[in-house]
Ligand binder design. Sequence first.
Ligand SMILES: [Zn+2]
Length: 137
Amino acid sequence: MHQFSRNLFRELAPAIVRTGKPERDAAERQHVLEQCEIVMRRIATEPHFKDPQRYLFQAVRTRFLFKDQRRVRQVIDRHVSEFKRLVIEDPEAVGVTFGCGAYSSRGKPCRRRPIPGLGFCPAHQDWAGIEAEAVSA
Ligand SMILES: [Zn+2]
């Protein structure tokens, strides 16, 4: 899955605004890369993640000049819709493993198969409600 967020980042990176301060610039690049990774991961694991293109664009747009934002949005749209298509058509090829989204008490991810559309296995289906509350809070 990482290759997809990296490919997207690689296409966006040259347009990220430079401040001339190396540390600041590195932090801005890191922010954009992290947002790409977060969005790709959410697309793969949350079937109801609404409008990821818009979400990602909003998260990174201030790192680009206004004149570049239209192209940034187009690049995001292209990569995200391609990834969404792959996740649906061939999830294993994009390295998506549909595991339960819960963690054991020792912090290990649960390996049981989730209920389709819920993201959690039967033993952890309570987590879906907890997550929804956390999101709306
Ligand atoms: Zn589970």
